[in-house]
Unconditional design. Structure first.
Length: 274
């Protein structure tokens, strides 16, 4: 995959296929349930999930329509093929699809913030590539890390910190009640977290309307793209899409100019007619 150091770091982490067990579940967020219900007609057609992982969403898509999935991890794809044989899963690099996942599709989904593994330049190329694969009148449904969460006001952060003390005491109490083996496993992860943070922290940066952040995901082993709601709408327009709605984690609508504090947001868009 060509691209920045951020892209190479993220691609190497996901290709290893170390997290199949972590993602092998059927759990849905409230907003994902709403999306599956609200856009069932489009999802009952020919769909593509990019970054399908272990099939958490792909399994539902296969139950209601012709579902295709791609992932950079061969281990994830193998799990999908075994667990959800009705779906068509294949190994492919979202950053360089080529002839893979030939469209058109009635809906393309990129959930779990999968587009955030790219830098700004390649993210725009990927969006343009996906637009070419969405059928006229079709949908692009994706989630993305929310820059407003990083930039939330100091008062909100202080309130969260105060609440954090209370949650910290609760977590300590829960930790004391956990099996020793579980606590030992967590303790063993601390050196890896520190090493990853030292290795990747310097690659964080700010751009116009976005940021590249080394957040806590996978023991600080990844670099994610964060963007605000309004900047995401502008980016979609620049790559040939019209934003239909933006939703928070609970499925509530997020309007223009609303600096919503959720750590990530969901977007539903459609191609602009040429």
């Amino acid at each position: 995959m060509p691209g920045s150091e951020q892209v190479r770091v993220n691609a190497a982490a996901w290709r290893r296929g170390d997290h199949v067990g972590e993602y092998a579940n059927r759990t849905l967020l409230p907003v994902e349930v709403m999306i599956l219900v609200r856009y069932r007609e489009a999802l009952a057609g020919r769909t593509l999930e990019v970054g399908c992982g272990a099939g958490r969403i792909l399994g539902y898509l296969a139950a209601i329509g012709e579902a295709h999935g791609i992932d950079i991890s061969a281990a994830m794809v193998e799990h999908c093929r075994h667990r959800y044989p009705a779906a068509h899963a294949e190994v492919a690099d979202l950053g360089d699809l080529g002839d893979a996942a030939a469209g058109p599709f009635d809906a393309i989904l990129a959930l779990d913030n999968v587009l955030d593994v790219f830098d700004d330049e390649q993210r725009r190329r990927v969006l343009a590539d996906l637009r070419a694969r969405v059928a006229p009148g079709g949908l692009l449904i994706f989630s993305s890390h929310n820059l407003a969460y990083v930039d939330r006001p100091a008062a909100t952060k202080q309130a969260a910190s105060a609440g954090g003390w209370r949650r910290g005491r609760e977590l300590l109490a829960k930790a004391a009640a956990r099996p020793p083996a579980s606590a030992i496993r967590d303790a063993r992860r601390i050196p890896r977290r520190i090493a990853n943070r030292r290795r990747l922290e310097a690659l964080q940066r700010r751009g116009p309307g976005y940021a590249i952040v080394n957040d806590s995901a996978h023991d600080y082993g990844l670099l994610h793209y964060y963007i605000g709601r309004d900047d995401q709408q502008r980016q979609l327009a620049e790559t040939g899409f019209e934003l239909l709605e933006c939703l928070d984690v609970d499925g509530g609508r997020v309007g223009a100019g609303e600096p919503h504090p959720d750590p990530w947001l969901h977007y539903i868009a459609r191609p602009v007619k040429s």
